[in-house]
Design a protein around this ligand. Sequence first.
Ligand SMILES: [Zn+2]
Length: 346
Amino acid sequence: MKAAVLTSYDTSLSRRDFVTYQDVPEPKITGPADIIVRVGGAGVCRTDLHVIEGLWRDRVSISLPYIMGHENAGWVAAVGSSVELVKVGDPVICHPLVSKGEALAARRGNDMHAGGAFPGIDSNGGYAELLKTAERAVIKLPQTLAPKDVAPYADAGLTAYHAAKKAARHLLPGDYVVAIGAGGLGHIGIQVLQALCAAQIIAIDRSELALNLAKECGAHHVIKADGKELEAVLALTEGAGAEAVIDFVGEGDSVAKGLKMTRNAGCYYIVGYGGKVEIPTMDMIVTEKTIVGNLVGTYPDLVELMALADRGLVTLATREYRLDQANAALHDLSNGTVKGRAVLIP
Ligand SMILES: [Zn+2]
């Protein structure tokens, strides 16, 4: 089969070709619960850039060459002997983690802390014609949703949903919520907030393209990240800040500013990563702010998100690239020129 293969790291992201389009052996069913998916779309994620930079090198044990791509949807191509949930030909979206179902965390519905395989990060992923996953990870898609249109929901959408759902649980009408970053994740998070709560949504981004998308997605206020975004949020919220701030950037000065945009007793949700949280403990007790980490989302989260997508309450802005254009997609993401989410189509 064809695949876009990562053969070496590039810590400065300066190479023209990050991945190589080549023939590789097809994945095979080896366990009774295994599923092979014919990839219909693979989302291109900032995490893939972090993988190329070598940021994940010490976190997971994988040796190069391997195939990235953890945001996958497609059609079931083959199933192991015990699979009952889906049959060959069914359209599916793949939860990115093939979690260990017997683990206590998984039984409690906390897939991301149950351990397991994460195709695209610690094993071969979906920048390929075929992907190996397992019954525990797949969700059958309704007829309304085509795999290539929903693939990025598997991680970008799921992560945005997971954080926005936590915020929506405490946001009341009249409250404010800030989305820092209105790109691939942020534009989904804004729609989820719209669907799940009645708070006023403020979107912040450096790019006009992203701010326009944020408006289309239902943001009530948009603020250009021009260095004065903190002051702009405080002005909108009568100096108090927002009850919830969801930081889809998580690096540069967004962390310090995000914390300052958070109202006393409010919550700061970290979704994007790469930066550092630094806050004096005294400030934590005086302000009673809560800092919340977010790691992808659970299988039920993804089922709920597909229900929103099926009803048209969340739509995904995508830009399609052929699998052999993976380098162009990665560069466009790196340069911030993709509106919404890049998807590779094998
Ligand atoms: Zn991702």
